[in-house]
Write a protein that binds this ligand. Structure first.
Ligand code: G3P
Ligand code: CA
Length: 340
């Protein structure tokens, strides 16, 4: 968003809202305590223990990603937050799904063999079944579990509402707006829909349900700027960062300072922090939390024998504030610096 539009949008917020945004961003920097203060809303949720454990697509090492089974297991394994990625059905319903298309994680090819689109990339044509070509009722007929293991046959793609009701009172939601520009081009408004859904759920304001804190994340800075400036949300926002180009744009001292104007945290790919661990101190200096991704037992980083060793390194040595992992049960729950 151009600077002038951001300033205009910010001017459109009531002065009290701007003050609250400023205090939210400041409040995000109380590191080193065992829990976040209940009187200081921040980017990890009021009263949430730090470092925070985020069950990535649920406990997705053990159950099919983005299914109720996976989220339920993530909560049972102690996650502070479960992580739904968002897509939108043709009839405008927010669903929890990582990919824009259905064929990787469902049996859509069997159920709707003719409803594909052909896409061409580097001279190769493939068939895809975009989620946005199907109504929620159609998507509900799909098996979203068998691809992972036959024991999960019959699992369905859940709506955001269903995921939120599962989490309510038990864990927070770390919600990703996925490809919001794609949906904008299709006539949907993912940011407005998300905030409307959260308001309906009674989760739209920071601290509204302290047992179900909300953080919104996105790779799209524009999406997060819209949420903060156009829609005026006061919820914590995390900017995801992947690749050298985005790292150069956002993880320099200047980039982090710019990010701190509209988000409360950054979520870099973990390799970016291995290459430049000083990012964490730089982010903390401007009041941003740092929550890297994705930690997996099946492929820990090259420098580590196990994912547990890797997670301890990131928490204790690099000093991150939380971790996205497919293996919530392996998260080293002891407070950072507090022994094993
Ligand atoms: O949101 C953090 C992480 O989930 C980003 O990667 O592709 O798994 O959504 P992805
Ligand atoms: Ca994600």
């Amino acid at each position: 968003m151009p600077e002038s539009k951001k300033a205009h949008a910010a001017r459109g917020l009531p002065a009290c809202a701007l003050l609250v945004v400023a205090s939210l961003i400041q409040g995000a920097c109380s590191f080193g305590s065992e829990t976040r203060g209940a009187d200081a809303p921040d980017s990890t949720g009021e009263g949430t223990p730090v470092p925070i454990l985020i069950a990535h697509r649920g406990a997705s090492a053990y159950a099919p990603e983005h299914t109720i089974a996976s989220y339920e297991l993530g909560i049972e394994q102690g996650a502070d937050y479960i992580e739904p990625d968002l897509q939108i059905t043709s009839d405008g319903v927010l669903i929890a799904l990582h990919d824009l298309t259905l064929e990787r994680t469902t049996n859509v090819e069997e159920v709707f063999p003719d409803r594909f689109r052909e896409v061409e990339a580097r001279g190769v044509v493939t068939r895809v079944w975009p989620a946005n070509d199907f109504t929620l009722d159609e998507i509900r007929t799909l098996d979203a579990g068998s691809w992972f293991d036959p024991s999960f046959a019959g699992a369905v793609i859940p709506t955001l509402h269903e995921v939120a009701e599962l989490a309510r009172g038990r864990a927070g939601l770390f919600i990703e707006t996925k490809a919001p520009e794609v949906y904008g081009n299709l006539g949907h408004d993912m940011e407005a829909q998300l905030l409307s859904a959260l308001a309906e759920l009674g989760l739209g304001d920071p601290g509204q349900d302290q047992a179900t804190p909300i953080i919104i994340q996105s790779f799209s800075a524009a999406s997060l700027e819209l949420l903060r400036y156009e829609h005026g949300t006061l919820l914590p926002l995390t900017l995801l960062i992947s690749g050298q180009e985005a790292a150069a744009e956002w993880l320099s001292p200047d980039g982090l300072a710019r990010a701190a104007e509209f988000v409360t945290g950054v979520g870099p790919a973990k390799n970016l922090l291995m290459a430049d661990p000083a990012v964490v101190d730089r982010a903390h200096e401007v009041g941003l939390t740092v929550v890297p991704w994705t930690f997996r037992a099946r492929n820990p980083g090259d420098d580590f024998t196990t994912v547990q060793v890797e997670m301890v390194h990131f928490l204790e040595k690099i000093g991150v504030d939380g971790i996205f992992t497919d293996n919530p049960d392996l998260f080293p729950r002891a407070p950072a610096g507090g022994g094993s």
